[in-house]
Write a protein that binds this ligand. Sequence first.
Ligand code: ZN
Length: 414
Amino acid sequence: MELEKYSFGVGDRFGHQGRAQLNALIKARQKGSDIVPVWNKSHREHTIIGTCPCDVRTEADAAVKELNWTGPYHVDADHINMSNVDEFIEHSDFFTLDVANYIGRGSSQDDQKRFRDAALKYVGMLNIPDIQEQFTITEEDIDRIGSKFLFAAKEAGCIYRHIEQAKGKDNFITEVSMDESDRPQSPVELFFILLMIAEEKIPAQTIAPKFTGRFNKGVDYVGDVAQFEKEFNQDIAVINFAVKEFALPENLKLSVHSGSDKFSIYGPINKALKRFDAGVHIKTAGTTWLEELIGLAQAGGNGLEIVKAIYSESLTHFDELCIPYATVIDIDKSKLPSSDEIEKWDGETFAAGLRHDQTCSSYNPDLRQLLHVGYKIAARMGDRYLDALQRYEETIAQNVTGNIYQQHILPVFG
Ligand SMILES: [Zn+2]
């Protein structure tokens, strides 16, 4: 199974926006951009919300059927590992093997030696086509990179083979992700990681490194955009080179786990894709959930009441919600409005505080980040929340579709 050149990962916490999401891709298609939707949901999200991998498959199939989408689409078992892959196997055809937690663990001397032997030919000056800079690779570099990433690559191999055994070769798409680690991987590290992946015979079609800068949940990129641009271009050049050097799948491409809304790097990504005629997979996580809240707020009445209740509860449960996401959020508690304050807000005021429009003076990134991790509260509301999604579907869907198309697809692929 081959992943198409452009693909877009849509996460949908509560599984109600499949059609609204697909409508954004239909819009893109009508404007001449063929982008394949990939519904992704991680084990963590399933656990918090109380859904199972089969629900995502049902949602995707239903949306595709109802809207007569004739193109390819996929269901991504997002950020899985050996401990939870089994529950996804039947329902997914895209697997994101998350091995970030295995970075830095030592592998056996035999394994190290085998990697070393394969990598030694790159010691000296390493010239990669389309990268101006020359890299000097020493034996120490090889050993350092080996001891840092080899164990993780081998773990990816284990998970891959486990899935392969169950589903059969070529019946699914494999992504290897290392993005949820504390340090970015340099283009040179990426090159050797790809060598390890090839040695493990993983037919990876996408690779998600951790890029330089902070990818906080639901807010814009924080970091040096010029540095990101340089590395992103180099990463694409590294992939093109590695595909030939290591005989990896021809369509191997970068996967950007955006954590949603990395608007300031979308321009550089767009430019790099054009420069190299490269493909990309963009994974957005919780944008849709926040658009649900915006839609509910705008709908007013009961919808607005629910959003206010979720916010108040999120304030009360601040630590519980934020601790699991500590590395990917930066909330200034002093800038969070109190429950009393938001009680006075009307729907538009709430929507303006939440909507990711950096030109709007009411936009509050702290409020946005808290609500981004606050989906657990909505999950606890159960039917009260789900019924509201149905009742205010139209307003919500407009926000979901418009956001994906205008804010994400156009800047990246337009
Ligand atoms: Zn990720």
